[in-house]
Design a protein around this ligand. Structure first.
Ligand code: RUQ
Ligand code: CA
Length: 614
């Protein structure tokens, strides 16, 4: 193997020749997809073509939260093919997430999580294709994913909260803040210094936390008596909000259901900024905590909503917040232009409500088609209900008789079964385009071949371009997608790189070698299929070893795996990527380091010895 280049696969040789001929450039690589991607014309009128034929590409990037798998997934829409997984709050042996030093530095010892809400960063009310943000309900963190590499690049721990749930980025003028809610109330602080309140639920509080998107650090927390469930921001950069279902401060189900009303709580950003500037906060566990409690504060406004409400979603024209009643069969429509007057005390909070139409049993979340219609998921009925916002408001004006006829209901679609979130394409932006709807159903029962007691969830795709919702496709998903967004391909695709910038990683290796300082050994190594930059490394038992590997292969889609036999180490590096691991060479013997990610006709020969001497 004197000249490894002569041993490359034919395709690679071709690509290299093509590169020399100028077809492959540093700036952009011509991929076969540019030739094959054209999908047939959009159908419309309820006749969209959902088939993505071999070689064709999807029209939308779907970003799915993976629930208690702790990850984020990329799903192509409308094919519903799972295209990629982005590890976040989990351990992923496929990529080495939770194994490499780079990922461990972000995870700080917590490689388990529970993601619920993925949202993109915004400029002027629509996605800018820069970041995704996702919550971890388990360990109370927020992660940021950089879209160019589709990798988690920052994780912030949020103090003073539990049940980090609803998350939403600022939509206007751009995402500087991201809000995250605490679904569970706890003592604040929740440690021995406050032990007197452990058994006193009246002294448990919720928090609406504001995070700086650029720095990924907590800006402040607004403390409230209630719990803070789902989150939303308006389209003007003035308000964020949360639903609360436990205004009772209950600690049992029956206590949490005692009241007929809970709240949509609105947070006034201008007043929050002023209170911060005026120093009106207490610093608790490093976070500036503002008092947003009823009767203590002008930072918050409470709009009463029946009963144990869940989702809150803003219509794409920025006019309405739609709150789902969950235990009430209604949704509550709040007109956002009235909030200024309500905060100024000119009208009562409940005067912001402009409609409260009947939807069905167990309304949870609402999405929008951008043509004045809302679609609400109804858990107990197992339906997606399409309804017209203007008609609901009109009937409310006309009174009870008009309301009884339910003039707002456009269509009711049965789903299979028990829907949580639903989302339409681009629906959380001002560019909602009303093409596709995904119903993230919690239960699949009989929809797939039986795989044992633990069955997949069932994501159902509907064409929403016509008057009626047209269900076209079922897609099983691994436990458990909670929520998703679907972003037009032209927003995301130009931002996504085929290879990383090699020197983004400060330790990128250009020359292989071993450095020793006493018992500390650093192995620097290149990988270029089918060769590691070293053929063997000799260690002494007890050495503390850091192995840094950089993939030097310039070919797009040529990744290398680095696995150390019997040392429980395995990670993968994409083109120009660097990752490192640190371990103690505690087992003497000969251990093969080998490539796990098929890379070459001589992939199996891509291995080297680690010799741990006594
Ligand atoms: S919640 S089923 Cu975690 Cu988004 Cu509503
Ligand atoms: Ca309640």
């Amino acid at each position: 193997m004197s000249d490894k280049k002569t041993n490359k696969l034919n395709r690679r040789t071709f690509l290299k020749i093509a590169g020399a001929a100028g077809l492959v450039t540093g700036a952009g690589v011509m991929m076969p997809k540019d030739i094959l991607s054209a999908r047939p014309e959009k159908g419309g009128n309820g006749k969209l073509n959902f088939e993505v034929a071999p070689g064709q590409l999807d029209d939308y990037y779907g970003f799915w939260s993976g629930g208690h798998s702790g990850e984020v997934r990329i799903v192509g829409v409308p094919s519903m093919r799972e295209i990629h997984r982005i590890p976040v709050f989990n351990t992923d042996v496929g990529s080495g997430w939770g194994i490499t030093n780079e990922s461990k530095k972000l995870l700080r010892g917590k490689a388990a999580g529970d993601t619920h809400h993925v949202h993109g960063s915004y400029v002027d009310g629509t996605y800018d294709g820069k970041w995704l943000f996702v919550n971890d309900k388990l360990n109370n963190r927020v992660a940021r994913i950089r879209i160019d590499y589709m990798e988690t690049d920052a994780i912030v721990d949020v103090p003073n909260i539990q049940g980090a749930h609803g998350l939403f980025p600022q939509r206007y003028p751009k995402t500087e803040w991201v809000v995250v809610n605490s679904e569970f109330q706890t003592p604040v602080p929740n440690d021995e210094s406050n032990a007197k309140n452990f058994n006193n639920p009246q002294e448990y509080y919720g928090m609406h936390t504001i995070i700086d998107a650029e720095r990924m650090a907590v800006v402040c927390q607004v403390m409230v008596d209630e719990n803070c469930d789902l989150a939303a921001t308006d389209y003007k950069g003035k308000y964020s909000m949360c639903t609360s279902y436990n205004s009772e401060k209950g600690v049992t189900i029956s206590e949490m259901l005692a009241a007929d009303f809970d709240y949509l709580i609105v947070y006034n950003w201008e007043r929050i900024k002023k209170a911060l500037a005026a120093g009106k906060y207490k610093t608790i566990n490093g976070a500036k905590v503002l008092d947003g409690r009823k009767g203590h504060s002008d930072l918050t406004l409470r709009i009463p909503v029946p009963k144990n409400p869940h989702g809150v979603n803003i219509s794409p024209d920025g006019r309405y917040a739609v709150c789902c009643g969950k235990v009430s069969p209604t949704v509550t429509v709040v007109e956002l232009s009235r909030l200024d007057d309500a905060f100024a005390g000119k009208i009562k909070p409940e005067d912001c409500i402009v409609a409260q139409p009947y939807i069905g049993l167990g309304p949870l979340h609402t999405t929008f088609d951008g043509r004045g219609n809302a679609i609400t998921s109804v858990f107990i009925d197992s339906t997606n209900v399409k309804w017209n916002i203007d008609k609901a408001i009109q009937a409310e004006k006309e009174g009870e008789e008009a309301k009884k006829k339910n003039p707002h209901i456009v269509d009711v679609l049965d789903i299979h079964y028990q829907v949580g979130h639903i989302m339409a394409t681009m629906a959380e932006t001002k560019e909602a385009d009303g093409q596709w709807l995904v119903s993230l159903n919690k239960i699949s029962k009989d929809r797939y071949i039986n795989v044992g007691p633990l069955k997949p969830e069932n994501d159902q795709l509907s064409d929403i371009t016509g008057e009626k919702l047209r269900h076209v496709h079922d897609s099983p998903t691994y436990i458990e997608p909670h929520d998703c967004i679907m972003v037009r391909r032209d927003i995301i695709e130009p931002k996504v790189k085929h290879r990383v910038e090699m020197f983004d990683h400060p330790l990128a290796v250009t020359k292989s070698g071993v450095e020793r300082k006493g018992k500390d050994v650093t192995i620097k190594m290149t990988a270029n299929a089918p060769l590691f930059g070293l053929q063997e490394v000799k260690l002494k038992k007890g050495d503390k070893v850091t192995l840094i590997v950089t993939n030097h292969d310039e070919i797009v889609d040529l990744s290398n795996g680095v696995a150390i036999s019997n040392y429980n180490i395995n990670f993968v590096i994409g083109p120009y990527q660097t990752k490192s691991v640190t371990f103690t060479a505690d087992k003497p013997g000969v251990f093969w380091i080998y490539c796990t990610n098929f890379c070459h006709a001589l992939h199996l020969e891509m291995r080297m010895r680690l010799i741990v001497e006594v």
